[in-house]
Design a protein. Structure first.
Length: 144
């Protein structure tokens, strides 16, 4: 039993690490990790949405920790935090046009924000195709 629990935690950590490349960030943590840290509010964080790993039934809430970014990049992320997180919420709710507008405002201030660019592109694509059947705003990770 312990081996399964440890293997699952290692598998989840590996998948989170691989998501850093997709989102263009230095560190991603899950809500479960944040709950285990007493002083988590001292970190620079922004919500990245939810993802369901291949073969898993439960979605994991993701957060970017941007304390390791350059001072300038961290300042831009703090300046656009509310707009970015509003965009993520709108995206998850299926309001892709409004989400796109939020991410465009983020990108006007921080053109190098790869995560905002990724979400903007997703929103544009989904707005063109329409809300998929069974949409719940959770990304399904199909690779490891």
């Amino acid at each position: 039993m312990e081996g399964t629990v440890i293997a699952d935690a290692v598998n989840t950590a590996s998948r989170l690490e691989s998501l850093t490349k997709r989102y263009g960030v230095t560190m991603i943590v899950s809500a479960q990790v944040l709950k285990a840290i007493d002083d988590w509010k001292t970190f620079n964080l922004r919500a990245l949405g939810q993802i369901k790993a291949k073969g898993k039934q439960e979605a994991v809430s993701l957060y970017e920790v941007f304390d390791g970014d350059s001072i300038e990049a961290a300042q831009r992320k703090r300046a656009t935090l509310l707009e970015f997180e509003a965009g993520v919420s709108l995206y998850q709710a299926g309001d892709f046009a409004q989400a796109q507008a939020c991410f465009e405002r983020v990108l006007a201030i921080d053109p190098g924000d790869m995560t905002a660019q990724l979400y903007k592109e997703r929103a544009v694509g989904l707005a063109a195709r329409g809300i998929p059947e069974g949409w719940d705003g959770v990304e399904i990770a199909t690779d490891k």
